[in-house]
Design a protein around this ligand. Structure first.
Ligand code: NAD
Length: 349
């Protein structure tokens, strides 16, 4: 296994990991350890090039710094990616990657993200202690997705309150992009609250199953971002809110689980100009890392910690919306400023 340092002036430490024997290439990016050890999931997906994988890990790890700070967790921001089809992953690749994580001596903690499961985390945990999201054992927190979905559901209610004057979702129409771990749990919660759903996924079987399970209307993956609805919940990939898609949106609000929904900072302003209320992604989707944090921080009362932090997160989102409205700017801008101010505060001894 070969580890090479990569120069990235915006980050504390970035490494490229290669294991020829198992055919592994991946990256680990530590954006900041200012608030604590860097924590953020491991993603495996097909990337067209190493440059694309590196760009993703740099963006995602920065997002984790913001997310962990927004959730008031004593954790910094980091992320890891493995290049390749998650369906073809091998235990040897996971073990090699775990050795690289171990070499960082606790400056980076991993957990599952797209393409990874609690079972994969268990394979890695046999090599290094710096793995969370385990299926069993002391402090094991398991799959974070249901808690992520709970946080997003709360964020949609708060967004509805600020956009429509009521958090009640009965009769509201929500368009959900992506029916994976997060999107599926979210659909369940939305349906139970009486919302009407339109869904899309590139996996046709999931779409058919959602139509049956939730009475959801379905559209093709390239149509979901232009569906006329009250709220759009992006729960698949990043960069979906961009110069091309924003003018075509036919919703009043966006609140979903995908990381890095805004392609650029200018896209937050573009949403604001269109009068579309945007729940900053790293606030809306912080439930998962809150759940993972119980394992890293070895919290005895997991449910109590999660509930308390989710309630605080709701209050943070409310405050962001109120301040954004007062100043007539987009909530993404206020969220970034909120995080920046938390990071400048001296840490408790
Ligand atoms: P997942 O891999 O389980 O699900 C993603 C789903 O999106 C899949 O069903 C996939 O087929 C679908 N998809 C991919 N491209 C699509 C497209 N172009 N159009 C429609 N559907 C598409 O991943 P997940 O764990 O559900 O995560 C979803 C998003 O939420 C990701 O951006 C992830 O980083 C973010 N997120 C996840 C968690 C968590 O707890 N899992 C926490 C925070 C953020």
């Amino acid at each position: 296994m070969n580890v090479t340092a990569i120069a990235a002036p915006t980050h504390e430490e970035v490494i490229r990991v290669e294991d020829r024997a198992s055919g592994l290439i991946g990256f680990i990016a530590i954006h900041s350890t200012e608030l604590g050890p860097a924590a953020g999931g491991l993603r495996m997906r097909h990337y067209p090039s190493e440059a694309a994988a590196l760009e993703d890990v740099l963006r995602l790890s920065r997002g984790m710094t913001f997310k962990n700070a927004a959730a008031d967790l004593p954790l910094g921001g980091g992320k890891a990616v493995i290049m390749g089809d998650p369906k073809a992953k091998t235990a040897a690749q996971l073990r090699a990657f775990a050795r690289a994580i171990d070499g960082l001596s606790g400056r980076y903690w991993t957990a599952e993200d797209m393409g990874m499961s609690p079972a994969d985390m268990a394979v890695m945990a046999a090599v290094t202690p710096y793995v969370a999201g385990l299926p069993d054992g002391n402090f094991a927190s398991g799959d974070p997705s249901p808690i992520t979905a709970r946080g997003i559901f709360n964020a949609i209610r708060i967004t509805a309150k600020h956009r429509f004057g009521s958090p009640v979702l009965a009769g509201r129409h929500v368009a959900v992009q992506g029916l994976g771990h997060v999107g599926w749990h979210l659909c369940k919660l939305l349906r139970a609250a009486g919302a009407d759903l339109t869904v899309a996924d590139i996996d046709a079987a999931r779409v058919a199953w959602a139509a049956q399970s939730f009475g959801a209307a379905t559209v093709a993956p390239d149509e979901i971002l232009a569906v006329e609805a009250d709220v759009l919940a992006p729960c698949a990939i990043g960069g979906v809110l961009n110069a091309e898609t924003i003018p075509a949106l036919r919703v009043q609000a966006v609140a979903g689980g995908a990381n890095n929904q805004l392609a650029t900072e200018a896209d937050g302003a573009a949403l604001h100009q269109r009068g579309i209320l945007y729940a900053p992604d790293y606030v809306a989707n912080a439930g998962g890392i809150i759940n993972v944090a119980t394992e890293i921080l070895r919290i005895e009362d997991r449910e109590g910690f999660v509930s308390e932090k989710l309630t605080a997160l709701d209050a943070t989102l409310e405050a962001i919306f109120i301040r954004a409205a007062d100043r007539a700017v987009g909530p993404d801008r206020v969220a970034d400023e909120t995080v920046a101010s938390k990071m400048q505060r001296p840490r408790a001894a």
